[in-house]
Every structure is written in structure tokens, then in C-alpha cells.
Design a protein around this ligand. Structure first.
Ligand code: SF4
Ligand code: SF4
Length: 190
């Protein structure tokens, strides 16, 4: 049994957040500094301090709202909130877990469709080539969003400036990356 007095009384999503990210939502005392410093908080349905509060309640309805929120997809992982938090709560790490969980449970907010597509394309690019393969990411993202013709005019210019690689550069330790994804999906049960 855990010697941590908070650990035994938490349950549900906050307990999973603790297990997967070591973020203890009970440490948040609602000072609001994260939300005040978050560059995206106005775009969010719930700013980061409110997400923390919702998770603290262990109320299944509020947990459901967190997983279905737009906020978790708008978060840029800029770490501003982490830098400002007097309790050093790693909100970006928690947001990352919440995104994975939301995807796994098919609860991604419909407003975030394009961000979700980019997220999947980005992860697939890393998964299959071991690094970011820009054209692969671009085509995959476009296929997922069915916006294949948008931005296409930009590609030749970017190629000319050396900003896009035509062929994927594979890293040597691809099996290491594959192992990393395997471990991560096992850990998150995805
Ligand atoms: S990491 Fe996310 S929640 Fe934190 S300040 Fe940046 S955008 Fe906001
Ligand atoms: S800055 Fe930290 S303690 Fe303050 S509300 Fe945000 S998460 Fe909670």
C-alpha cells in the first residue's frame, strides 16, 4: 500500500494521470497562474487551472468533459504553465496523456479534428522513420483531413529552399524507436 496519504484516496482519471505521468492533481491549490500565463487559454473551453480542478473532483461527469474538451488539443506543450506553477505541476505532460487517453476512448473533440489528424500523422512519421519526414507528414495529414489541395502550392517553394525532404531519412536505431512506441502503447494500453 502506498505511504502517500493522497494516493490512497484518489481514483479514476486523476489516479491514471498520476500513474502515467507522475502528476499529482491534488497538489494544485488553484492559484490560477497557469491559466493566466497560458497563451492559448482564451481558445480553450476550460483553461488549465480549471482542468486541474475538474480532475481533483474525481467526478466521472467532469472527467468525461476533460477527455472530450477542446483544451487538451489546443495545448501547444509550450510549458509556460509548468514554468509558472508554484507547485511545479507538469501540466504539458498531463495534457499529453489526456490526448492519448481521449484518442484511445474515441472521445476527441470534433472541433479538434484537424489537430487530431496532425497529431496522428506526426506520431506515425516518427514511428515509421524514426524522425520527422516532412513530405510524408504533409501527405498523411492532408489525406486524413481530405484537404489534399490546400497548401500544395507551397510545397515546391519549400523544396527549393531545402525545407522539405523528398525521401525519408531513416535513423539507424529504428528498432529502438519501434520498441519505444511498443512500450508506450503497452503502458497506456493503446
Ligand atoms: S503547455 Fe499548454 S496549457 Fe500549458 S501554457 Fe502551454 S498551451 Fe497552455
Ligand atoms: S499554477 Fe499550478 S497550483 Fe496554480 S492553478 Fe495552475 S496547476 Fe494549480
Amino acid at each position: 500500500m502506498s505511504s502517500d496519504p493522497h494516493h490512497s484516496i484518489i481514483s479514476g482519471l486523476s489516479s491514471d494521470v498520476l500513474e502515467h505521468t507522475e502528476v499529482k492533481v491534488s497538489k494544485c491549490y488553484q492559484c490560477g497562474k497557469c491559466s493566466a500565463g497560458c497563451p492559448l487559454s482564451e481558445e480553450m473551453d476550460f483553461p488549465p487551472s480549471v482542468i486541474m480542478r475538474m480532475l481533483q473532483t474525481d467526478n466521472p461527469d467532469l472527467e468525461e468533459k476533460v477527455l472530450r474538451s477542446f483544451s487538451i488539443w489546443v495545448c501547444l506543450t509550450c510549458e509556460m504553465c509548468f514554468a509558472r506553477c508554484p507547485m511545479s505541476i507538469d501540466i504539458p505532460k498531463m495534457m499529453d496523456y489526456l490526448r492519448e487517453r481521449s484518442l484511445k476512448e474515441k472521445k476527441a473533440n470534433p472541433k479538434a479534428k484537424e489537430i487530431v489528424a496532425f497529431h496522428k500523422s506526426f506520431l506515425d512519421s516518427i514511428k515509421y522513420t524514426g524522425r520527422l519526414y516532412e513530405i510524408g507528414l504533409f501527405i498523411d495529414y492532408k489525406a486524413r483531413t481530405l484537404k489534399i489541395l490546400d497548401d500544395l502550392a507551397l510545397a515546391p517553394k519549400m523544396l527549393k529552399r531545402g525545407k522539405l525532404n523528398i525521401f525519408p531519412e531513416l535513423i539507424k536505431d529504428r528498432s529502438g524507436v519501434a520498441e519505444m512506441f511498443k512500450k508506450s502503447s503497452k503502458k497506456n494500453n493503446t
